[in-house]
Structures are given as structure tokens and as C-alpha cells.
Ligand binder design. Structure first.
Ligand SMILES: [Zn+2]
Length: 309
């Protein structure tokens, strides 16, 4: 799809509820301004948008993509708001759909939020660790969790500055009900600044490699109301299980199999109650402070909470 057509589509979509207008008509107006009058695209968009606003008797804020407002991540508490964020890309995840170009976690001093960048938006790639000004992103909500979508109207500008990322601390009390794959004795990419977990001996970014052993647990903790995904890093895993990285490597070596470590850890922790405190990163809680409990601290209270949901 051509650039002009994409912009025409965006404008057309904004007016689809208000006007009976063809996308070809929008495209023609844009083309005339851009090609014949050499008007820059953003100015052409404004001009064409104003034309249709007038025709429909609407104000700018009546259409979906009005002027976006500068916001911080903690401000996001409504879906379908158009905002500008200055944020750092903390993590990129693997998109599960062809319609998604990139998905991951953004952070700013006030917190973290998931982002999705549509494939058809044709935006430049964001890099892990990069700090960006993201203008005209739209908020979304799914099951009480907020995210932002980068779309074809979004403008991305990479900033040459550091941004401190704040986090929200969570405290969870509940049963560790499951341990996910990718737990136990794992191997990480040895490339500098990479640390991705190797899948079948391969790093997504750097290909085949030797890898460095590490210990990690990805667990699901159920507090009676919600299931939380909790990550234990090496130190937290050693504390939790009493198994050191060296011992884990010896175990795997003896068995010629790394999965024995995960099996041993699973048997040790699944079904146990914990109080876990730590920062939240998107959907994960990082276990900083862990205390083992005898059982549900106050089953009565949990039950009352569960009933009131
Ligand atoms: Zn790597």
C-alpha cells in the first residue's frame, strides 16, 4: 500500500461514522496537495482532515484521532485515549500473530506498560534499550490491563538520552500452582548485553552459541483471586530451593540431562504457599523478597475477597 493510500485510509476511517465519503476521494485530495502543491504530508493531512471536519460540521475532538496529549504511563487508565509517551523499550517479546510487527514492554519513571505495533503501520523497528518519543499512540484495555498500540498515525522519534524506569511493587500471598517451561537450569546467550535464553542452543538474535548456564524459575502464584506470573532470578531461585547453580550443573552433568533440575525444583515448590514481594514488569512480578508460609495466611479473608469479586 502506498504512503498516501495509508494516510487516506486513516483519515477515511476517522470519518467513516460521520460522512459518506470514498477513500479514493480522500486519496485524491492528499495527492493533489502533496504532488501538485508540494505540501508536506502532515500538513496535507491536517488540511484534508479540516476539509472533512467542515463538511461534517464536526470539531477536531469529535473524531477518534484528535490531538494526542503528552502523558506518562501511570496516567493510562482509560482505553481509546490518544497520547504521546516518552518511554524506554525494556523488553521485546515474540509476536504471536502476523498482524503484529513488534510487541513488548515500555517503561518510564512512573511505571511500565505493554505495547503492540501493527505490521501494517509500517513504522521503524524499536530496539531494546532504546528511548523514544512516541506521538499519537492509542490506549487499549484487556481484562483490566492497559496497553498502548502504535498505529500508522504514530510518529516515532529516537531520543539520545537515558530514561529511568520506575516500577510498581507488588505483594502476593498465595499458592505456587505451576512452574512454566524455561525454568530450572537454562542457558543464556553469552553475547555482551544480550542474555536472551537460548532455545535449543540458539539465540533469536545471535544464532547458535555455547551459552552460559543460569538458574531461573517462572512460576504461577494463585492468590485466590488472580494468577500472577512470578520470575525468580538465580539468587532468588537459590534462596527458594537451597540448590546452587554449581549443584544444579553437577546434577545435570550426572544425569546428562538438564531437565532433572527443573523436575527437582518443581517437586520442591509446587503446592507451597509463599508471600512474595517485588517490582512488577508488565505481566511479571520479579521475586525480590520471598517468605514461605504454612498455608493460606487467612483463608477466611481470601474467601471473603473471592466472593466479593
Ligand atoms: Zn544473543
Amino acid at each position: 500500500m502506498s504512503d498516501v493510500r495509508q494516510h487516506a485510509d486513516d483519515i477515511h476511517e476517522q470519518f467513516s461514522d460521520h460522512l459518506d465519503v470514498d477513500v479514493e476521494d480522500v486519496e485524491e485530495r492528499l495527492t493533489t496537495l502533496v504532488d501538485e502543491y508540494k505540501v508536506p504530508m502532515d500538513e496535507a493531512r491536517r488540511s484534508v482532515t479540516n476539509h472533512y471536519l467542515e463538511e461534517a460540521g464536526l470539531e477536531r475532538e469529535d473524531i477518534s484521532s484528535g490531538d494526542s496529549e503528552a502523558a506518562t504511563i501511570e496516567d493510562v487508565d482509560e482505553p481509546e485515549e490518544w497520547i504521546d509517551l516518552t518511554a524506554k523499550v525494556i523488553e521485546l517479546w515474540d509476536p504471536r500473530s502476523d498482524s503484529v510487527a513488534q510487541v513488548g514492554l515500555l517503561g518510564d519513571p512512573t511505571g511500565t506498560i505493554k505495547f503492540t505495533k501493527w505490521a501494517k503501520s509500517d513504522l521503524p523497528a524499536l530496539e531494546e534499550g532504546g528511548v523514544y518519543e512516541l506521538r499519537n499512540v492509542v490506549t487499549d484495555e484487556y481484562q483490566g490491563r492497559y496497553s498502548v498500540k502504535l498505529n500508522s498515525t504514530t510518529v516515532i522519534e529516537e531520543l539520545d538520552e537515558e530514561l529511568e524506569v520506575g516500577n510498581d511493587t507488588s505483594e502476593i500471598e498465595g499458592a505456587l500452582v505451576d512452574m512454566q517451561s524455561g525454568s530450572g537450569l537454562i542457558k543464556r546467550c553469552p553475547e555482551e548485553d544480550c542474555t536472551r535464553v537460548l532455545q535449543n542452543g540458539r539465540c533469536n538474535e545471535h544464532g547458535e552459541g555455547e551459552g552460559e548456564f543460569d538458574l531461573r524459575i517462572k512460576a504461577v502464584v494463585d492468590d485466590g483471586i488472580d494468577a500472577h506470573e512470578v520470575i525468580f532470578d538465580k539468587d532468588a531461585t537459590e534462596d527458594l530451593t537451597g540448590l546452587s547453580l554449581e549443584e544444579a550443573k553437577d546434577m545435570a552433568m550426572d544425569a546428562l540431562d538438564t531437565t532433572v533440575v527443573a523436575d527437582e525444583i518443581r517437586a520442591d515448590i509446587v503446592g507451597t504457599y509463599y508471600r512474595i514481594e517485588g517490582p512488577t514488569f508488565g505481566r511479571y512480578v520479579l521475586a525480590d523478597d520471598v517468605e514461605e508460609l504454612d498455608g493460606p495466611a487467612d483463608p477466611e479473608e481470601l474467601l471473603i475477597k473471592a466472593r466479593s469479586m
